[in-house]
Design a protein around this ligand. Sequence first.
Ligand code: ADP
Ligand code: MG
Length: 689
Amino acid sequence: MADKCTENYGADVFSEREIKRFLPKTVASKLLATMRQGKPLDPSIADAVASGMKDWAVGCGATHFTHWFQPLTGGTAERHDAFVEPTGPAMAVSRFSGKNLIGGETDASSFPSGGLRSTFEARGYTAWDPTSPAFLKRHENGATLCIPTAFCSFTGDALDMKTPLLRSIQAVSRATERLMKKFGQPKAHVEITLGAEQEYFLVDRRFYMKRPDLLQTGRTVFGAAPQKHQQLDDHYFGAIKPRILKFMTEVEERLWRLGIPAKTRHNEVAPAQFELAPMFESLNLAVDHNMMIMEVLKQTAERHGLVCLLHEKPFEGINGSGKHCNWSISYGGRNLLTPGDNPRENAIFITLLLAIIRAIEMHADILRMTTAGAGNDHRLGANEAPPAVISVFLGDELNAVLDAIERDVKGRVGAGRAPMKLGVDSLPPLPKDTTDRNRTSPFAFTGNKFEFRTPGSSQNCAQSQMVLNTIVAESIDALCDKLDAAKGGFNEKLQKLLRYEVRAHKRVIFSGDGYSDEWRKEAAKRGLPDLPDTPSALAPLKDSRNIGLFSKYGVLSETEMHSRWEIGIGDWRRRIRIEAGVALEIARSMIRPVVADEFSRLATAIGQARKDRLKVGVRGLTALSLKLGAGLDDLHLKCDRLERALSRDAPSAQISAMNDLRKTVDRLEQLVDDGKWPLPKYREMLFVY
Ligand code: ADP
Ligand code: MG
């Protein structure tokens, strides 16, 4: 039997194999070199590349091509052009030129630019990113050739997520090369790696269609928690139901065709919540692949009568969804965050580790910024996701190592472990295999990589990775500068430097329970920034220190940072407004009529019962009608309050009025006849699929 995993793996990618098949030999080798080294494409081969790429795509059933990019709205964007070109009356050929491949010009007036582009200069430009291979998006009637591109304005400002990401990869690669040179390492290729674990919910489409809130906002603005939800932890890693497995299998088949290394699948903590994790890949490619994963999840769900919810918090009181970003740096194919086999490698490991700790300690605010958003606001700090305070978890073993460095202790660390010598005499030996786990930390070292757990499930990981790369680049450079400036032998200088860095930045290290209230207090005492909501989390984009840093590394200019602030705050305001509007509409046009009906039915029944001088039942009916009547009055008042908040453009008033209204509606849900409640309930949506 055919091997289902490998049979069609990468079949929809213009891969090395296809490049060699469809391009002349010299062109193929030039293109492959470009792809590997991330260099700009030699324009003289563009026509040949385009022609071969088109032949491959057309042979696979493609009729159109598109420049595929990642605008600042989130999600991906595409505009299709057909290959067809008429050559005479009723005659045509398929054509795709080098010009079509390398760059495109598109009307960008409806993409947000945050003030970067005035409407009269509405053109946007897309440019091929050859480091991410072209691929095919299939549909029932054919396919579209997708060319991953960067997207910028006429003035060269980045209007997308990819451009700054690529700039940041360059920045951290340069800094890493510099560091490795200091350690006498031969020049080698730096690769930043990302493995993004994607969480999501699935609900039956029939329920979804009856929930205007899910349809319009991606989350439920009403809904009482069911009696049983996740208390028993019986969903996490449980047996996967056949219908879900069928869905997952199709998702994986599609992803494998796209060369996306989907590796693990499992039930998550909340009912109806799942996770898909690919093998890690080169960062830029991994980001593109995560965007494709989200799209494939959504589209495949539809084919199975399901809806995939990528919102960070679709159900109140139930765990939300995140996107854990596992990040590392490799040099010449060796993961630099793996404690090494020899003293030199260990010294490199510790130095890099401290550079990262320093980066997080000094720039936690701007890293937190990358996870801002209306959806993630519900999730962070809600006892299920990391708090909004960014701290670093290292584990006992590494904590002991840093402690020894700080106190200048010599000898073994980590009882019972095989000690490893660092290149610097007075550095303690380093324990291998540090596998401690702390699920409550936003930024955790997990043995050979850092896992950033704050990003939300719907967010493009390019944003957080771009910032992480840049702050780490700055930190590595700062350590290198200090080594350059210091006097004495290398080992001695390094030893001194590391000791200083531990002291200066250790306040960001935290090993305890990140979900606890004590930690918030402790973090405040340590002076770590606590940015609990979108407006406060976006503010660091306007901080001159951050602006200086990002322009120094050429990752984001001041105007680009400002535009991101504007887009972020605008998006947040609009989302809150839509949610508040939807809540008001549902409360008034769906909930209120049902409650009013039920109330008047009861009132009539009570009147009749009294008239008939019934001895029983009147008390029960009266008690219920009192509760319903009070609820109805409450509903009326709270709807009016929400309406007033909506008429003033005040998001925080809208949020509080919406939360308040929710309490009333959720109480009514438990009073009104189950058969008459107009919205599918949590216990249905979360358990019936
Ligand atoms: P866990 O499930 O405990 O979080 P896993 O070992 O399953 O840990 O890894 C989770 C993710 O981390 C996977 O996507 C994996 O590919 C990724 N990962 C592993 N090593 C690296 C690395 N060197 N760089 C980036 N990501 C990595
Ligand atoms: Mg993980």
